[in-house]
Design a protein around this ligand. Structure first.
Ligand SMILES: [Zn+2]
Length: 345
């Protein structure tokens, strides 16, 4: 597909390399943009880094090597690459080691200085910052404090784990402190038979009038690959179907955002969006084709631009939205900022 990043920017419209060799957006006019999905170095569970520290250069290890990258599809669709990397038992180890390397890259690089440069390089005016909490560590206050420090650039969400003993009290408290929504990343492996506690938690978010964004979708397609059984179980632990089933038990006007638009499962996301009119799709990891598909299936009024920075470069998904909305300025404005403005008030 591409022989190098120079080759990639030569072939791909709306992307260029800056003087530091980083992918940045290449667009002649001004754009208004809200990134609905980003993180900072102190918003993840586990090791943290103060975002006021000087950040190291981000390697974006989640992006496949250039020879395995195909921007016509979502990031991790290349079968040869998947079979080589994730077949057999050792692949689970490899997946976990890769996960740790990616995590360290984000913690070291997800600082204010790096983020504001990336925002500036990509014409992004404001970003929703998403904490990820576990039952033991709640990162909500870090997001709220970061946004307090930079109110014209950052918009905070909160995150409370479904097994946290103080869910209701915390959610209302964070809302009072300025949280504009709620983020969660949980798996069915972790929740086992307690999936119903997520329903209770989401009802509280609904009563508190907070939109919720979940990490949804499997990163890789498993059919047609040699991916091992254990890996499949891990990959499917955040499958879109889990959340589709939860939606059935929830108030119909709960604002539920499918984070990443389900990654490989964007078609299923579109199906649920038709059944549940107050659901949205956030497009980090998606391709031009899948974003077009979502626009055609559900319209542009419920699609949100997001990048998952510092896991992924902001420029790639932004260039996909620009491609998918060529000649359709209304859809472009909806996805890049208007829908987000409506949800955030
Ligand atoms: Zn994320």
């Amino acid at each position: 597909m591409y022989s190098s990043y120079e080759d990639l920017v030569y072939k791909e419209k709306y992307l260029k390399l800056n003087e530091c060799g980083e992918l940045v957006i290449d667009y002649p006019d001004k754009l208004k943009i809200i990134d609905f999905h980003s993180h900072l170095s102190n918003l993840f569970p586990g090791k943290q880094n103060d975002p006021t520290n000087k950040g190291t250069k981000i390697k974006y290890l989640t992006v496949p090597p250039i020879e395995a990258l195909d921007l016509k599809e979502s990031y991790w669709t290349n079968l040869d690459y998947l079979n080589k990397k994730y077949s057999g038992f050792a692949s689970v180890m490899k997946f976990c080691i890769d996960g740790i390397k990616i995590f360290n890259d984000m913690v070291k690089g997800g600082t204010f200085d790096n983020y504001f440069i990336s925002q500036q390089n990509n014409m992004i005016n404001k970003s929703v910052i998403l904490p990820i909490s576990t039952a033991k560590s709640d990162r909500s206050m870090n997001a709220i404090n970061a946004a307090k420090q930079y109110p014209d650039r950052l918009i905070p969400f909160c995150s409370v784990h479904p097994l946290d003993p103080e869910i209701s009290k915390k959610i209302y408290h964070y809302k009072e402190l300025g949280a504009k929504g709620f983020k969660l990343k949980v798996t069915d492996i972790e929740m086992k038979d307690k999936l119903n506690t997520i329903v209770e938690l989401l009802k509280i978010c609904h009563d508190a009038k907070l939109p919720v964004l979940f990490h949804t979708g499997a990163a890789f397609k498993t059919e047609g690959t040699k991916i091992s059984g254990m890996m499949k179980k891990m990959l499917n632990s955040t499958r879109v179907e889990l959340y589709g089933e939860l939606l059935e038990k929830l108030p119909k006007d709960l604002i539920f955002i499918f984070g990443h638009s389900g990654i490989q499962e964007y078609e299923l996301v579109a199906k649920y969006m038709k059944a549940y009119p107050s659901t949205y799709a956030e497009v980090s990891t998606q391709s031009e084709g899948s974003i077009r598909y979502l626009i055609n299936e559900v319209g542009s009024e419920r699609i949100l631009f997001g990048t998952d920075w510092p896991a992924l470069p902001q420029a790639i998904t932004l260039s996909r939205v620009l491609l998918a909305t060529e000649g359709n300025i209304q859809a472009r404005d909806n996805i890049l900022y208007k829908n987000a403005e409506k949800l955030l008030g």
